[in-house]
Design a protein around this ligand. Structure first.
Ligand SMILES: NC(=O)c1ccc[n+]([C@@H]2O[C@H](COP(=O)([O-])OP(=O)(O)OC[C@H]3O[C@@H](n4cnc5c(N)ncnc54)[C@H](OP(=O)(O)O)[C@@H]3O)[C@@H](O)[C@H]2O)c1
Length: 279
């Protein structure tokens, strides 16, 4: 028996990467009802089929939704209310990044990122909290990032959305102290998923290529997170090298970080001049 045996869970971004892994590991821990969402219906359906192949007694609902669309999000919440579904566990995992300078970003993509990484996560937390507080227990895992712990040039907006997630989760956790509802912020460093491919812009030389020694396997990220969630821990940074790097970065005075990051500014200047040259 695990803490999560017989509980229900909602996992966003379940069609790939960490979300799919959360679904797999929650099922293995004995969750009895899973609601899985993302945009890609085929991926959700094949995950459902493979989970049911292993855990035939598991109840799984797949609800394809574009979380960047406020109307679709309202309908998604409405569908869960109509079905009388109120999760014991909320994994707010859906999200994406956009790698490149802010001045060359696409405004529509930036707005979509704000909507998924911040707005949807906040609305789903607010919605799920009502039922959790009524029952006096619940677990919320908000997927932030180490990119939200220090400002990262060329990931300016993405990092800021994750800073929101990290900060929101820490504050909410304190508000909910002794309520029976636990909030955990997951702050992963690099994990091999589709994240890099989605974040890298087409026709851009800048690609998401983190050093291999910092990468943690998605199965380890999720296992460490679910253990931390069950224990009611506030924050998880999977992987020793990433944890150590973040400890160093978070305790470094901001002016030193600026100095280090300014060493990269030549690249940004060159990119700007090249872009201006093309106009
Ligand atoms: N991988 C890393 O290195 C890393 C590091 C730090 C933090 N993170 C965070 O971890 C979380 C999971 O990312 P991942 O690494 O597993 O990346 P991934 O493999 O690209 O998965 C992202 C998931 O989010 C869903 N999603 C994206 N846009 C959506 C939208 N508009 N509506 C609904 N769902 C949407 C995707 O589903 P559809 O495309 O089917 O909609 C997919 O299931 C994200 O919040 C990411 O920021 C990742």
């Amino acid at each position: 028996m695990s803490t999560f045996t017989g509980k229900s869970a909602l996992v966003t971004g379940a069609s790939a990467g960490l979300g799919g892994e959360f679904a797999l590991q929650l099922a293995a821990l004995g969750v009895n009802h899973l609601v899985l969402t993302a945009r890609r219906t085929d991926r959700l359906e094949s995950l459902k089929a493979s989970l049911l192949g292993i855990y035939s007694g598991l109840h799984i609902d797949t609800i394809p939704t574009d979380l960047s669309d406020p109307e679709a999000l309202t309908q998604f919440i409405g569908a869960m209310d109509e079905a009388g579904f109120s999760p014991d566990i909320l994994i707010n995992n859906a999200g994406f990044g956009d790698l490149g300078t802010f001045e060359t970003s696409e405004p529509a993509r930036i707005e979509s990122m704000l909507a998924v990484n911040i707005v949807a996560l906040t609305r789903l937390t607010r919605w799920a909290l009502t039922g959790m507080l009524k029952s006096g227990s619940g677990w919320i895992c908000n997927v932030g990032s180490t990119a939200g712990l220090i400002p990262i040039p060329s990931f300016a907006v993405y990092g800021a959305t994750k800073a929101y997630v990290n900060s929101f989760s820490e504050a909410l956790r304190i508000e909910l102290h002794r309520s029976g509802v636990y909030v955990t912020a997951l702050c992963p460093g690099p994990v091999e998923t589709e994240f890099g491919e989605v974040a890298s812009r087409a026709n851009s030389k800048r690609q998401f290529e983190p050093p291999a020694f910092l990468c943690v396997h998605k199965a380890d990220v999720v296992a460490q997170t679910l253990t931390a969630l069950a224990r009611g821990q506030g924050r998880v940074i999977p992987g020793l090298p990433v944890r150590f790097g973040m400890l160093l970065a978070e305790s470094t005075p901001r002016w030193i970080l600026r100095f280090v990051f300014n060493l990269m500014s030549g690249d940004f200047r060159k990119e700007r001049q090249a872009a201006l040259g093309k106009q």
